[in-house]
Design a protein around this ligand. Structure first.
Ligand SMILES: Cc1ncc(COP(=O)(O)O)c(C=O)c1O
Length: 366
């Protein structure tokens, strides 16, 4: 049967239907729906999974980025370095704080923040850097941390696409001063709605984020830190995430197996493939690169194979910015945004599904 979409969340959640229903019913019966026992239990479990002492549940991944940045001290007028090929979420978080995005190009090999370009950018008075582990690939944190430390700049990791990715025994989220995760339903660990978390090893950052997610309160109705906001994790999403977290590593392993299958079965000379170096790549997306990206997408569509572009417009070229970043040139980022295409890669796909996609790619006449 042809693949209908880039993900099959119905099949994904059906595999745990009984446990998920029981978890939702437990919350329903508890009479407590926001920031309660389920949230506390999930925060503890997720912090342990990441290997850090603190996790603070919030409303979604973009809020997690914003609150993590605020937690490490970023505010109005501060400059934050980040990539421009990662969907604009970091930019939204930076702007929500009244801070200023400073775009840095990515490496042509990894498609992630380039340590050499970062070094140059940090000479210009930057308050923090967002390192995005894009597509499931953990960035070279040793190199990036050395650059950031040399400039005295804190790192906030964006782990929205890299739950569980690990390098040298450390998981995504355990390297920076703080890290943000999204649990949007399509993520490697996904809720049944919006959800997110900030993790950190620093108790002061944890306390600040805990206050800021709820009006700046240190206790009910007492605003001790500001400006705060309302970005809380609700009990139903936390209960769902508690059911799913124990399956994350197995789901990641299945994604990686599919991605590796693609890397041996797709042999088209005009389609460049990513290198999948598990365990630091958890194959959130399988992204190929080709000069005629739109041609490949149209060919696949004609053969019943879905694909998607993550992401077609770099942040500094978004129309909402007008010509604000007209003088910013990021050659690698701009080329990637014109050439990348994501193929279906999710745990419920069969090997036969993957082979069907690979055959369709190889039949592309260009
Ligand atoms: C890399 C990255 N960062 C941040 C986010 C933002 O997460 P959310 O959609 O939960 O706000 C997403 C996903 O949407 C993402 O892919």
């Amino acid at each position: 049967m042809p693949l209908r979409a880039m993900n099959d969340l119905t099949a994904h959640n059906a595999s745990l239907a009984g446990e998920l229903s029981a978890a939702v019913t437990r919350v329903l019966d508890s009479g407590w729906y926001v920031l309660g026992r389920e949230v506390a239990a999930f925060e503890e479990a997720f912090a342990a999974h990441c290997g850090v002492p603190h996790a603070i549940g919030v409303g979604n991944g973009t809020d997690a980025l914003e609150l993590a940045l605020a937690g490490v001290g970023i505010g109005r007028g501060d400059r934050v370095a980040l990539v421009a090929n990662a969907g604009g979420y970091g930019t939204a978080a930076v702007r929500a704080l009244g801070a200023i995005p400073v775009y840095v190009d990515v490496s042509p090999e990894t498609w992630l923040l380039d340590p050499v370009a970062l070094d140059r950018a940090l000479s210009g008075g930057v308050g923090a850097v967002i390192v995005t582990h894009l597509y499931g690939r953990l960035a070279d944190m040793a190199a990036l941390s050395a650059v950031a430390a040399r400039h005295g700049v804190k790192i906030v990791e964006d782990c929205a696409q890299a739950h569980g990715a690990a390098r040298d025994g450390r998981r995504a989220g355990s390297f920076g001063a703080a890290a943000a995760f999204s649990f949007y339903p399509t993520k490697n660990l996904g809720a049944l709605g919006d959800a997110g978390v900030v993790v950190t090893a620093d108790p002061a950052v944890a306390e600040r984020v805990t206050r800021l997610r709820q009006y700046g309160w240190d206790r009910k109705y007492r605003m001790a830190t500001g400006p705060g906001r309302n970005s809380r994790l609700d009990e139903i999403q936390a209960a769902v995430l508690r059911v799913k977290l124990p399956h994350l590593d197995a789901w990641n392993a299945r994604r990686v197996a599919l991605a590796r299958r693609y890397t041996t079965s797709i042999t088209h000379p005009k389609v460049a493939l990513p290198v999948i170096e598990a365990p630091w790549h958890v194959a959130h997306l399988f992204v190929v690169r080709t000069a005629d990206r739109d041609g490949l997408a149209a060919h696949l569509r004609a053969h019943g194979v879905p694909s998607e572009t993550h992401y077609p417009i770099p942040d500094h070229r978004q129309p909402g910015f007008g010509d604000r970043f007209a003088d910013v040139s990021l050659p690698v980022t701009e080329q990637l945004c014109a050439e990348t295409l994501s193929l279906p890669c999710y745990p419920e796909m069969s090997d036969a599904d993957a082979d069907l996609v690979a055959t369709a790619v190889d039949r592309w006449e260009v």
